[in-house]
Design a binder for this molecule. Structure first.
Ligand SMILES: [Zn+2]
Length: 323
């Protein structure tokens, strides 16, 4: 049975390892407006009349799913069994966040409980919040059932900053992975500390913790592949490939990544809801698994690894320990 056949049956198998709740509760307005500024430059250069405020309103209209109900519907249509909801902690770096990071964790717990088996949550805490942040993160693993740690270096710290080591120790103890943002982001944040090599020290110091480089198929690709190949505990997710579909509808970026013999290190991810103006979850799955899709040249085994087995393996070790 092929993955496409799976998609048509009642038992979807795909795991999306990179999603967010679509709500302004967790993504500050300044972050969104920064991202829209890039769209405005690109569209107006092509002679398309755009207006930043209109585009922001359009994007915000797609960000009205605070309980995850819309995402669950899209997952079913796209053959996605489970999605990992990531909490990026912008609350230290950007001062227009609606919720505190503690409130944001609570809202994610609500979504987790509302949709049993549909989600996992990786909580993120800016290490500059100190002991309170560490206590919140520990509570998320022990009491809330969250299964990982999200790190967002462009907020202003290296992923190998020693302030993060107590968090990584907790990840080692609870056998949960770390997913860290790599490459560019909203222009309101710092791109200069988004290189994958910055994780190298932590990956070496914490060999039992698995680190996932987000957007590794489209940002710092060569470096990400090198780390995946030679650091046993480094993985990458392909989310962000949708940004390339406008000029490369065949998703060559993904095709390239999975042609390099590292399929055991590559995880499917979409970064929902970032690309909601470009399409729905089913469209993004189709580009990879459909006829002539980016994963077509893989054998069944490799395709299964990329679409769900690798993510399953990384999350499962946490569940086994918690059980
Ligand atoms: Zn993301």
């Amino acid at each position: 049975m092929t993955i496409m056949d799976d998609r048509r049956t009642e038992t979807p198998r795909i795991i999306d390892c990179h999603c967010h709740i679509a709500s302004e509760d967790h993504t500050p307005r300044s972050f969104i407006e920064g991202s829209v500024a890039n769209m405005v430059v690109a569209l107006s250069a092509q002679g398309i009349p755009v207006n930043a405020r209109k585009l922001t309103t359009m994007f915000l209209s797609k960000m009205q799913d605070p309980l995850g109900d819309g995402l669950v519907t899209e997952m079913a249509e796209g053959g996605i069994r489970k999605s990992v909801l990531l909490i990026a902690d912008f609350t230290f770096a950007l001062k227009d966040c609606k919720l505190t990071i503690e409130e944001s964790f609570a809202k994610h717990l609500e979504v987790l409980r509302r949709h049993p088996d549909k989600f996992e949550v990786f909580g993120g805490v800016d290490p500059r919040w100190g002991k309170d942040g560490l206590a919140l993160f520990e509570r998320s693993l022990v009491e809330f059932g969250f299964r990982g740690f999200k790190v967002y270096p462009p907020c202003g710290f290296s992923p190998s900053d020693s302030a993060l080591f107590p968090f990584y120790e907790l990840c080692a103890f609870h056998h949960v992975p770390v997913l860290l943002h790599i490459g560019p982001t909203s222009p309101v944040l710092d791109f200069s500390i988004s290189s994958p090599f910055l994780i190298d020290e932590a990956a070496r110091l914490f060999p039992t913790v698995n680190f996932i480089l987000a957007h590794g198929a489209v940002s710092f690709v060569e470096e990400c592949v090198m780390l995946c190949r030679f650091r046993p505990n480094v993985y990458l997710d392909i989310s962000g490939y949708q940004a390339t579909l406008g000029y490369d509808p065949a998703a060559s970026a993904v095709k390239h990544i999975v042609s390099l013999g590292i399929s055991h290190k590559v995880l499917f991810g979409t970064d929902f809801p970032v690309f909601r103006l470009q399409g729905e979850q089913k469209n993004f799955v189709e580009v990879l698994t459909g006829k002539n899709g980016a994963l077509e040249e893989l054998n069944e085994r490799e395709r299964a690894m990329v679409l769900y087995e690798n993510a399953e393996r990384l999350i499962k070790s946490a569940v086994a320990v918690a059980a």
